[in-house]
Design a protein around this ligand. Structure first.
Ligand SMILES: NC(=O)c1ccc[n+]([C@@H]2O[C@H](COP(=O)([O-])OP(=O)(O)OC[C@H]3O[C@@H](n4cnc5c(N)ncnc54)[C@H](O)[C@@H]3O)[C@@H](O)[C@H]2O)c1
Length: 312
């Protein structure tokens, strides 16, 4: 019998790649997405696949979908700072109401449930690199709290359903992921840098560019998420690439790889922007036998190639 997955947020960047991979593996996939930050076009190549269904609706109403599932993947939330700051209440609901609705579907169907959490639960970390045991340094009232605290609530709710009802749950904490299909206008560093470099425009850099990020290519991220889905590990498990670079280094690499005449342009640093980010992936290596395989030059080259051919 064909296994069935429900992917909330499947029209977004990460969700659309998960959709590709599960369809490739023979799954039947239902995507529920209200397109608040996603694009139906990200799934256009599956339109004629009889194992694929797209429902444009709020995932809060997932309980009304007339089907039963083996796997429920919760990847529905505005994810970039400009997007979640533009949709603060929807972002809180993505962590709260949507998480609860999807957990109830998993409970009803006896499905495995995977929550996409984030390195943002560590806030501006005082522990480096970040292990899953670190409790984080998060403001509950700052502008970014709508995202960070919604994810922390979603994690707590996920554990509450596991402890109370025995739902088979797993939490993945994604660290900055990049690749084809990122929205060039959603304010995340890689698409913003690539878009500017390809246009020969100034590359927008916040602060002095010394703050670090660790970039994980989307194919590696999908491998890690699906390894967690196939296991019975509850997590939380960090999935990210420990190769840490400053934003200035990343901007210079993009300029190099695109052969662009662009130069960097400094902008004010956003409030509560984290100083450093680097995942400790010991747990993912030990429990899921997962390691990132795509280095940043290959990943950025593939991303740049995609941006060259897919102007949104
Ligand atoms: N990309 C990253 O680097 C990263 C890092 C950490 C965590 N995450 C998490 O992974 C998930 C996916 O992120 P992404 O980068 O693909 O973002 P994205 O904005 O590209 O995708 C999110 C998708 O969810 C949809 N959505 C949002 N609220 C919804 C709702 N109530 N009902 C139905 N659909 C809804 C959006 O329309 C969009 O298609 C998010 O939960 C995000 O917090 C991503």
């Amino acid at each position: 019998m064909v296994s069935k997955a429900l992917i909330a947020g499947g029209a977004g960047f990460v969700g659309s790649h998960l959709t590709d991979r599960l369809l490739d593996q023979g799954w039947q996939v239902t995507v529920v997405d209200n397109l608040i930050t996603g694009f139906e076009n990200n799934l256009a190549h599956h339109r004629d696949n009889p194992r694929f269904t797209f429902l444009q609706q709020n995932a809060e109403d997932a309980g009304h979908i007339d089907d039963t599932f083996d796997l429920v993947l919760h990847f529905a939330s505005p994810a970039s700072p400009p997007r979640y700051l533009a949709h603060p209440i929807e972002t809180m609901h993505a962590g709260s109401n949507v998480t609860e609705a999807l957990l109830r579907v998993a409970q009803r169907d006896g499905a495995r449930f995977i929550l996409s959490s984030t390195s943002e639960v560590y806030g501006d970390p005082s522990v480096h690199p970040q292990t899953e045991e670190y409790w984080g340094n998060v403001s509950s009232t700052g502008p970014r709290s709508v995202y960070d605290e919604a994810k922390r609530y979603a994690e707590a709710l996920t554990f509450a359903f596991q402890r109370t009802f025995g739902v088979d749950t797993g939490i993945v904490r994604l660290f900055n992921t990049y690749g084809p299909r990122m929205d060039p206008d959603d304010g995340r560093a890689v698409p913003a840098f690539v878009k500017a470099a390809l246009a020969g425009a100034p590359i927008p850099l916040h602060g002095d560019g010394s703050q670090t990020r660790s970039l994980c290519f989307i194919d590696d991220q999908v491998d890690g998420i699906l390894a967690l889905a196939a296991s019975s590990e509850p997590g939380p498990i960090n999935i990210g690439n420990p190769h840490e670079q400053s934003l200035l280094e990343i901007a210079e690499l993009v300029i190099d790889l695109t052969g662009s005449p662009s130069t960097v342009e400094l902008h004010p640093r956003p409030v509560d922007d984290p100083e450093r980010r680097q995942p400790d992936i010991t747990k993912a290596q030990a429990l899921l036998s997962w390691n990132p395989r795509v280095d940043v030059v290959e990943g950025l080259t593939r991303t740049i190639d995609w941006f060259r051919t897919h102007e949104k």
